[in-house]
Design a binder for this molecule. Structure first.
Ligand SMILES: [Zn+2]
Length: 1025
């Protein structure tokens, strides 16, 4: 389970309004119609209805209520979407950096009055069909959301969530485990040294190993030095040990109270039932208090400020001499002013998004830095918003130049304003986002309204997006300088601005470690002998508690019989257009057309493979046909919902040594723009401007920086990719495309002074890939639009036909699979077959400047169609929940860990782990545990529920039929797999554990990413990179 802190949440800032819409089902009985019948003033289960508003833009009805006795606030969004969501948020405004709201977020999930078992939250993951469960600590609120498609499940989860937040046990032991504690390094050995331990303590060390987060945190703290934003809500690692258990409980009493709570529900389940349950199980037991949690406004500075911070050097930075960050941040107005927020958000996009924006032209294109600073643009997550602009990956001597450019660009914007077409392109984007349907609409909505509502802004007003668009158009009409005036007011004339620079310090890690050591020694010095004895005893107690068999019977649970036995069939039609196979899938896409093309890599020479990811990331951004890259970006914004290309490596469902390799083209557009979208693709196919060297250099630099930044966040993915590398041919190719090898390759390219060789490689790739001979297409759109789309597709394919050229496949062993199993002579997919592939064992260690490890071990097992596959899926889930979670997270102190099954490979992993090789032992103990069969039918059923909640997670209309299109997995095959999942038994689990996970030296791979490691260095069986 992943719990995010503010820094991670920030990345969700640009939320889109995506969701499932069943417009074809609109009847008078629909949820949004029913909700319109509530009347302001109406009393329901202790609540009073305050407002009822239709929100046609988002196909929902919003109902605002307050709880009479406590003042708790409530918003219900009734919408015909079965993926119902609940969320409760509290305003949590700490004034120190002990991480009290974050530690509280963790500990309330450790057991409550009605559900006193340990960790009910994690246990519910296995007793429910939830589509989402999580908890977030932001800078000024803490939020607990879940979603599910099952009504009974909703009630169960609601009961657990309410009890957790309002009546948690908050045991001292929970505080030690989740927060911080002093403990013997080896808890069973009283003579081993005392060290700091604790989940949040380690989590925050991991978070701040990411320089982007370090910078973001400093910037916020320093821009708002006088209120809650001046502290680290997630916890400063060295301040965390100052928090006491008493303070934690006190914070709960004052902050987790209904009078300080905001409830949000979403979906097609009836509101009354939610209100009744919330009133009966929680709110009726409280009296109103004055929570006193308002955030005072930040007093405005009369003059701008400058500051400087340091960070650890980044070993993976494209250019080691250019590792500075500089950014200017401006304090804006209150986020509760909805229209102002909307305008400033748009303005921010106009200033920084895409190659046509003034800051992109002024800062990115001269290549002074590798990318914009990690914090950039409008940020409405604090009570008063901010706007930031700057660069990362720049040289120290460019500091003054960058400041000068920023101020000059602002002057230029005030002088020249923006092109009308760019404003239209942005408004078009908003239109698409409102129509595009994703599966987590409820969650997007909850996050979208959270910040403003948290400071008593009007959440319903926030949803009326068309009103804002209309008001915006009106404002522009009345005053053509409207936007320029805003820039002058909020940026140029604003004296509350901070210029913050960051530079690497070679001794940074050392200093951090030393500070931690000093803190530790200070704590230890204060201990008496009896304190030490107590610490030892408590450590043993915790270990005993963690090792005890757990009774979760107090928790509500769905049964395996609550799971639908069959899946609905998604009909698709396979036919051809211009001789190319096409899959058509009719879906309620709300007026959008989704286009995909899979282009095979089979003719591509081996030496070009490493370049394919770069090809994918630049091919839609170089300019094409008569358009230069700026015009192309503009057309894409004006006419499409985005155009992208990505690599695909798909292991065959019947054989692990067979796979399909390709790149996937994806784009969407409103129906009216279909000809424009295909014209753009034609231009890309026929004439991409690869010769734009300077443009390429900018894109390479940004791609390399992004890859390097991603490792500390996704280290487990890189570890897994490496561990899988030598086990299957597909694993090998996946590493080439998306593993550490690719990161290093991109770093090399970013350092090249001459890119002509790269340009030649990209142009050669294009000839092989964008070739109609190697393609198949898929279209998802409404039935009404299908025949028109098909005609447009046909003419597009005619347009690119001159690229058609028979090329020899590089490998001789190609296997063809019919796209339609009933028509074996029809169109087919071409797979590579490497039946003489020899898996081999390899242990790889990547030394990186992180304080924590990412560990993975991977084992080659069986393909999807094999009868043991289902048992391995259930086993991975069960081992994670019943064994590995306890060993790796609870005892080991890692942020997370477990096992997963995919592509025929059984992968163990840990995430932000203080241990390295010990975690490998934990994996092996997990295997022994599985082989011993010491698990119950209940454990198996829980794992099944958990696996099915993933298998049955909602699929958006844009993605329906994709399993079949990409992997050739039909609904019949899925149904067959489903039956096998239901049939998994105790016996089959023990059998697969013995058969595949036991010994078998040649079929497993290991990889660790982490800090310098003496044990591994001394062990010659490791390859150290
Ligand atoms: Zn956390």
């Amino acid at each position: 389970m992943f719990r995010q802190t503010k820094a991670a949440l920030q990345k969700l800032r640009y939320l889109s309004f995506n969701g499932q819409q069943h417009t074809w089902r609109l009847k008078s009985t629909s949820a949004k119609e029913r909700a319109l019948q509530y009347q302001p003033g109406q009393k329901i289960h202790g609540f009073t209805v305050r407002e009822v508003a239709a929100v046609p833009d988002l196909f929902l009805t919003a109902v605002k209520l307050t709880h009479d006795k406590t003042g708790a606030q409530y918003v219900h969004a009734a919408r015909d979407d079965s993926n119902n969501l609940f969320s409760v948020q509290f305003r949590t405004t700490p004034m120190d950096s002990t991480g009290v709201p974050h530690i509280l977020e963790h500990t309330v999930l450790c057991g409550s009055e009605k559900y006193p078992c340990r960790d009910p939250f994690f246990k519910m993951l296995n007793r429910s069909l939830s589509t989402f469960m999580n908890a977030f600590t932001a800078s000024d609120y803490t939020m607990y959301p879940f979603s599910t498609q099952n009504g009974k499940d909703f009630q169960n989860l609601l009961s657990v969530y309410l009890d957790a937040v309002f009546f948690p046990c908050l045991r001292e032991q929970d505080f030690w485990q989740e927060g911080w504690r002093l403990e013997n390094e080896t808890p069973t050995d009283p003579n081993s040294p005392l060290v700091f331990k604790g989940v949040v303590f380690n989590e925050m060390k991991g978070v701040f190993s990411d320089n982007e987060r370090v910078y973001a945190q400093h910037l916020q703290n320093k821009l708002y030095p006088d209120n809650t934003y001046s502290v680290v809500s997630g916890g400063e690692p060295l301040a965390i040990p100052d928090l006491t258990w008493e303070q934690l409980k006190q914070f709960h009493t004052t902050h987790y109270h209904p009078s300080n709570a905001r409830f949000f529900t979403y979906g097609d389940l009836p509101l009354e039932q939610h209100l009744k349950q919330i009133e009966e199980e929680a709110l009726s037991k409280f009296e109103r208090i004055n929570p006193n949690t308002e955030v005072p406004s930040q007093p405005h500075w009369s003059r701008p400020r400058e500051d400087h911070v340091t960070c650890s050097p980044d070993a993976l930075a494209p250019d080691p001499a250019r590792q500075n960050t500089l950014c200017v941040s401006y304090l804006l107005g209150d986020i509760t002013d909805t229209f102002e927020g909307f305008t400033l958000g748009l303005l921010s996009s106009l200033m920084i998004s895409g190659p046509n924006s003034p800051f992109y032209k002024a800062l990115i294109e001269p290549k002074i830095g590798t990318d914009f600073s990690s914090v950039v643009g409008y940020d409405g997550s604090t009570k008063e918003a901010s706007f930031s602009i700057g660069l990362q990956g720049m040289a120290e001597e460019d500091t003054e130049r960058v400041k000068q450019i920023i101020s000059q660009t602002i002057d230029d914007i005030i002088e020249n304003g923006f092109e009308e077409e760019r404003i239209e392109a942005l408004l078009h984007k908003i239109e698409i986002q409102m129509k595009h349907q994703s599966t987590n609409f409820g969650l997007s909505l909850a996050s979208y309204i959270a910040s403003s509502w948290n400071h008593d802004g009007d959440p319903v007003e926030l949803l009326q997006i068309s009103d804002c668009v209309a008001k915006f158009r009106q404002a522009l009409k009345e005053n053509p300088h409207f936007l320029q005036d805003q820039v002058k007011h909020y940026l140029k004339d604003n004296t509350h601005r901070l210029t913050l620079s960051m530079s690497p310090d070679e001794a940074y890690m050392e200093k951090q470690a030393k500070a931690e050591e000093e803190k530790l020694q200070k704590k230890i010095k204060a201990l008496s002998d009896s304190d030490r004895k107590e610490i030892y005893d408590k450590g043993l107690e915790l270990l005993a508690a963690q090792s005890k068999t757990q009774d979760a019977s107090c928790l509500p649970a769905l049964k395996v019989s609550d799971i639908e036995p069959t899946i609905p069939i998604t009909p698709v039609q396979i036919s051809t257009a211009g001789g190319i196979p096409v899959q058509y899938c009719e879906q309620p896409t709300n007026g959008l057309v989704y286009f995909r093309a899979m282009c095979s890599l089979n003719t591509l020479p081996e030496d070009l493979k490493l370049y394919v990811p770069l090809f994918c990331s630049v091919i839609t951004q170089m300019g094409c046909g008569a358009l230069d890259y700026r015009q192309q970006a503009q057309q894409m914004d004006l006419r499409t919902g985005g155009m992208s290309v990505s690599t695909q490596v798909i292991t065959d469902s019947t054989h692990l040594d067979m796979y399909e390799q390709g790149v996937l083209l994806f784009s969407s557009c409103l129906e009216r723009n279909l000809p424009y979208m295909f014209q753009l693709w034609s231009d890309i196919f026929n004439s991409t401007h690869f010769d734009e060297v300077e443009r390429l250099r900018v894109l390479v630099m940004m791609a390399a920086q992004e890859l390097a930044n991603g490792i500390s966040d996704s280290g487990h993915m890189y570890a897994m990719a490496r561990a899988c590398r030598y086990l299957t041919p597909a694993g090998d190719l996946s590493e080439t495309f998306g593993g550490m090898e690719q990161v290093k390759f991109m770093k090399r390219i970013a350092e090249m002074s001459d890119l002509s060789q790269v340009i030649r490689a990209l142009a050669r790739i294009k000839k092989h890939l964008l070739n109609p001979d190697n393609m198949r297409c898929a279209i998802n759109t409404t039935p009404q639009k299908m025949s028109d789309t098909s005609a447009q597709l046909e003419s597009f394919l005619k347009d690119i036909a001159e690229n058609r050229k028979e090329r020899k496949t590089v490998r001789t062993t190609i296997v063809e699979r019919p796209l339609d199993l009933l028509d074996v002579s029809g169109p087919s997919r071409k797979l590579i077959s490497e039946l003489n592939f020899q898996p081999c064992q390899m242990k790889t260690f990547f030394q990186l400047p992180f304080p924590v490890n990412f560990v993975s071990e991977s084992i080659r097992t069986v393909p999807f169609s094999h009868e043991d596959y289902a048992s391995l899926c259930i086993l991975a889930r069960m081992m994670t929940a019943k064994f590995l979670h306890g060993e790796i997270r609870e005892k080991g102190g890692a942020y997370g860990g477990g096992a997963r099954m995919g592509g025929g490979l059984f992968c163990f992993y840990s995430y932000r782990d203080p241990n390295s090789t010990q975690t490998l032992s934990a994996f092996h103990k997990g295997v022994d545990w599985a082989k011993s069969g010491q698990f119950t039918q209940q454990d198996i059923d829980e794992a099944k529920l958990s696996v099915f909640s993933a298998v049955d997670s909602p699929v958006a209309p844009a993605h329906k039929g994709m399993g079949r299109f990409l992997s050739g997995v039909t609904d019949e095959m899925k149904q067959n797999h489903r039956a096998q999942l239901f049939a998994v038994s105790h016996k089959s689990l023990v059998e697969v554990a013995e058969r595949y996970l036991g010994v078998g030296q040649r079929t497993c791979g290991i990889a660790i990413l982490g800090p310098e490691n003496e044990t591994i260095k001394k062990d010659p069986s490791w390859i150290v990179k």
